[in-house]
Structure formats: structure tokens, C-alpha cells
Write a protein that binds this ligand. Structure first.
Ligand code: PLP
Length: 413
């Protein structure tokens, strides 16, 4: 069978291979510290679960929803967006109206948006480290990802001069993801302001703001956005959000896109001919749900993330690796930089190459039972993403093992 050229352009997930190995090792009875989690390992609050349960009494909950979602839910999403971000969508430029499309998770929102906007040869600018799926989604649409690289030495903050240099007449979209997966930080307000000032000069470019971790910040100040500085940018901004991360509900598959009406209509058509409306039962429960309960639900979780981040920071400092530390503030990740630690020399001595993150993560898993995601998956060589969601004691044990590993050299290993 001949596969399409488009699908063959998509890279295989390198993390799947390591995850499969982690599962294998655990099945063999080996102790595995799995620090790969991209989700909160908690049950959502009872009030939400009870709503799903009670909605399941109705026939309608099992039938097709309108393609773009129930109108009551869409209204709620717009209201909640305006309230939490402090913006008024009616200020978004003359005649621009907005609409919401509810889809099967944030991932589906993004594939819809790229599918509705991109043509062959278009360019999409993204900042590394980027979320793994952006480049692959873009390639699937026949377009080209253009990466603005950052460095651990700059705490992964993208240079806006470099960004502006990468803009060409083919640039169709720029993707901003704050709070960020995999760094676990959000861009500072002055960065957002400067980014907004640049974007007003390029009226042809659409901005995707992936805000799926918006409420998950555990250090002030809270995340801010470019459109808060320049509301006129809203007329070409597309917001992605959802319940996967902040309501600990990755499996329920609900995400939403807030977009200017022309784009929302195109996405509606695309979604109507491909997947139809999202999970009706959960949409109906969300229609009744009080979104203001989310920050309350997240409060103890944020405390937990803060505590684990502190454990990591102290461990790095105790092992004289304080130079590797930066303060994570949001989402639930930390991107650890191997390039500034002694262990990298051991790998360099064996073989000269640009990235050792896969080799390092493989050894950490096979020899020490630590599973992390190699940074190369996020366009960040010689780093690895670790998740801060684990329970405190196993997290401490895992960090202790990682610290010893980072200090390994050929002579002491
Ligand atoms: C930055 C980012 N955007 C979007 C998504 C997709 O979320 P969902 O699980 O709702 O598809 C993820 C999930 O990991 C993510 O990290």
C-alpha cells in the first residue's frame, strides 16, 4: 500500500519508544520513576463528575451535538475568556465578531486551525522549545515550520529580533504557547508587549495563542498576552484552550477555539465533514458547570507543583548544579539542561553529535529506572522534560538519582 507523501513527512514520536520501554521495565518488576506525565494524575472535582453523571440520564446526551458545540456552552466560553483575560472582544477592530468551536481536545482545535488556514508552501513560525505536535501538524498541511531557536542560557526566552528576521512573505501564522510546554514558564509581560508591537507591523499574519495551561501558574505574576497590550490584534488572533490540563480531564477530549467568525465558520465546515461535534455528554455537563471552581480546584495542585519545584531547585543547588536552575512558574514541567552538567562529557567522549538527549534518557531509564522525555522532541537538544506532578517522596527519590547521574563522569561511573 502506498502511503501519502503528506503522512510520511510526519516524524514518529520518539517518546513512544521510551514510554514503551518504561512500561516493559515496570512489567518486569523494575522500579520505574515515570516523570513523563503530560497530565495531572488527579480526579476532577466531584461537582463536575456529578454533572456528567446526572447528564447521562438524558437521551440528548448521547446524540450528536451541534457541530461547533452547544450554543449555551459557547457563550459561557466567550464570557469566561473575556472575564479571565480582562478583554472585551467587541474592541477587536471594526466589524470583527468572534465565535467558538468546541472540538475533541486542544490538539483537534490546532489541527482544525492549521487545516483551515494553511496552503502548500506557507510558513508557520514557532519558538523552540515548542510543543511536539506543532511542526508535525504544519507539515501534514503541506506547510513549513520555521523555528526560532532559544537557549537554556537565555532561560528559553525567544529573541524577538531573531523572530522578526524569520518573517517572510510566506509567513502565514505564528504560534505562541504561554504557559509553555515543555519549559514550565510563561513569557514575561514585557516580552508580550514587545511581541505585540512587532505584530502590528505585519497585518497578514495570524497569531495562534495556545493557552491550554492558562490557569496553571503557581508563581505570580499571572500569564498575560500580547492582545491585552494591543486589542486590535484580536481580529487576527485565534485562542486555543480546553479542559484537558486545568480540569484534569485529558481523556474526556474537550478543547475550544475562539476565533474571528470567518475562521470559526471555516473550522465549523471542516469539523462537520470530518469528526462532527465533540463529546455531547461532557459538553452538556460543562454547560451547567461553574468555571469559577477551576481555580479553587487547582489551588492545592499548585502548592504541590511549587513544592516539587523547590525540591528540584534545592537539589541542584546542593549538588553544585545551581547554574542549571531556572524558576519554573506554570504548567507542570521543567526542562533540565544536560549541556551544563558533567555527564555530557561522557557522551561526547564516545561520539561527537549535536544531541545526546535520547541517549541520556535511554540510559537513565535502563540503568536507573527514570523516565523523562528527551528534549530533542521539543526542538531543544541536550535537555529533557521532567514532570513535576509526581507524589513528593518518589519525586525526591527520583531527583536524587538524577543528581548523581548528572555528576557522573567516565572516571566515577
Ligand atoms: C501546549 C499544548 N497544546 C495543546 C495540547 C493538546 O491538549 P489536548 O490534550 O486537549 O488535546 C497540549 C497537550 O499536551 C499541549 O501541551
Amino acid at each position: 500500500m502506498k502511503l501519502s507523501a503528506r503522512v510520511q513527512k510526519i516524524s514518529e514520536s520518539i517518546t513512544l519508544k521510551l514510554n514503551a520501554k518504561a512500561v516493559d521495565l515496570a512489567a518486569q518488576g523494575k522500579k520505574v520513576y515515570n516523570l513523563t506525565a503530560g497530565q495531572l494524575p488527579f480526579r476532577p472535582m466531584n461537582s463536575f463528575v456529578d454533572l456528567i453523571r446526572s447528564e447521562s440520564d438524558f437521551i440528548k446526551s448521547f446524540q450528536y451535538s451541534p457541530v461547533a458545540g452547544y450554543p449555551e456552552l459557547k457563550k459561557k466560553i466567550i464570557d469566561n475568556f473575556q472575564e479571565t483575560r480582562g478583554v472585551n472582544l467587541s474592541n477587536a477592530g471594526e466589524g470583527t465578531e468572534f465565535d467558538v468551536v468546541v472540538s475533541n481536545g486542544g490538539k483537534h482545535c490546532l489541527t482544525n486551525i492549521f487545516g483551515a488556514l494553511l496552503d502548500h508552501g506557507d510558513e508557520v513560525i514557532m519558538f523552540s522549545p515548542y510543543w511536539v505536535s506543532y511542526p508535525e501538524m504544519v507539515k501534514f498541511c503541506g506547510a513549513n515550520p520555521v523555528i526560532v531557536e532559544t537557549s537554556p542560557f537565555d532561560v528559553f526566552i525567544p529573541s524577538l529580533e531573531e523572530f522578526e528576521r524569520k518573517i517572510t512573505d510566506k509567513t502565514k501564522i505564528v504560534v505562541v504557547n504561554s504557559p509553555n510546554n515543555p519549559t514550565g514558564t510563561h513569557y514575561r509581560d514585557d516580552w508580550m508587549q514587545a511581541f505585540a508591537d512587532i505584530m502590528v507591523k505585519y497585518p497578514e499574519i495570524t497569531i495562534i495563542s495556545d493557552e491550554i495551561y492558562y490557569q496553571l501558574y503557581y508563581y505570580d505574576p499571572k500569564p498575560t498576552y500580547f492582545y491585552q497590550h494591543r486589542p486590535e490584534l484580536l481580529e487576527r488572533t485565534v485562542i486555543v484552550d480546553g479542559i484537558s490540563k486545568t480540569l484534569a480531564s485529558t481523556g474526556l477530549r474537550i478543547g475550544y477555539t475562539i476565533a474571528p467568525k470567518t475562521l470559526a465558520k471555516a473550522i465549523n465546515t471542516l469539523q462537520g465533514q470530518t469528526t462532527s461535534g465533540a463529546n455531547s455528554l461532557v459538553q452538556r455537563a460543562l454547560t451547567q458547570f461553574d468555571f469559577n471552581q477551576i481555580p479553587v480546584f487547582l489551588e492545592p495542585i499548585k502548592k504541590h507543583l511549587r513544592a516539587n519545584a523547590e525540591i528540584l531547585g534545592e537539589a541542584l543547588s546542593d549538588h553544585k548544579l545551581g547554574h542549571v536552575w531556572y524558576q519554573p512558574t506554570s504548567a507542570f514541567y521543567y526542562l533540565i539542561d544536560f549541556s551544563q552538567t558533567p555527564v555530557i562529557e561522557k557522551y561526547k567522549a564516545k561520539e561527537e553529535k549535536e544531541d545526546y538527549s535520547y541517549d541520556i534518557c535511554e540510559e537513565l531509564l535502563e540503568e536507573y529506572g527514570i523516565a523523562m522525555v528527551p528534549g530533542v522532541a521539543f526542538g531543544s537538544p541536550n535537555t529533557a522534560r521532567l514532570s513535576l506532578v509526581s507524589e513528593k517522596e518518589p519525586f525526591k527519590e527520583a531527583i536524587d538519582i538524577i543528581m548523581k547521574f548528572l555528576l557522573e563522569t567516565d572516571s566515577n561511573s
